[in-house]
Design a protein around this ligand. Sequence first.
Ligand SMILES: C[S@@+](CC[C@H](N)C(=O)[O-])C[C@H]1O[C@@H](n2cnc3c(N)ncnc32)[C@H](O)[C@@H]1O
Length: 217
Amino acid sequence: MEDSLDLPLREVLPIIQKRIIEQTTYFGVTALKNPFDFWIYQELIHRVQPDFIIEIGNHKGGGTLALAHLCDLLGKGKVIGVDLDHARIPDVVRNHPRVTFIEGDACASFGRVANLIAPGDHCLIIEDSLHTLENTRNVLRTYSPLIQPGGYFIVEDGICHHGLDIAPFPGPYEAIEEFVAENPHFVVDRSFESFLITWNPKGFLRKVDPAQNGGLR
Ligand SMILES: C[S@@+](CC[C@H](N)C(=O)[O-])C[C@H]1O[C@@H](n2cnc3c(N)ncnc32)[C@H](O)[C@@H]1O
């Protein structure tokens, strides 16, 4: 590490990204997740104690399993995983009793997800799917009504072209900016970016009463 002390952050971020893409696992299952962010998820989940965590975009399921294990430790909560294709998900994730997978396009599958949730249930939503502006915006618009005041919608990978030159542009960051500009019920809560390194800049959206939004936008 001492050899790297003089590296600027813009050179460090691609090194971390390569580690995430090529080597990062959770309990042996590939997880495309920055560990700083996962620690923040743990803090957030402990604080809000959701009844459901909806992870949109599951890939090989390491992130899904990690979320289910956090629910195990909390003693409450279920995880709904939505992806176009769950063929790569191993049994250790597929068979976890807190996990339900729904296969299909996220927005087209909304009705099947919503059917699993009762009125008043508290949902945390984590969007980590296609990362185009249009898809991210559609997921935000479609799924946001499931969140109760005080709850959170996490949009991953706003770092695309805002720290890393990867993935679509415009992408998640621009979708977040459009969404909060049109929707007074959600504000960006930057307190969750306090490690400084996050793959989700502006990506922690809190549902508020618009009359008391606290000026976080
Ligand atoms: C970045 S990976 C998800 C990584 C995962 N959250 C993790 O922590 O390891 C993106 C996933 O989104 C899925 N995806 C892409 N477009 C989608 C869509 N329209 N609806 C649902 N899932 C989609 C892909 O199949 C892929 O598995």
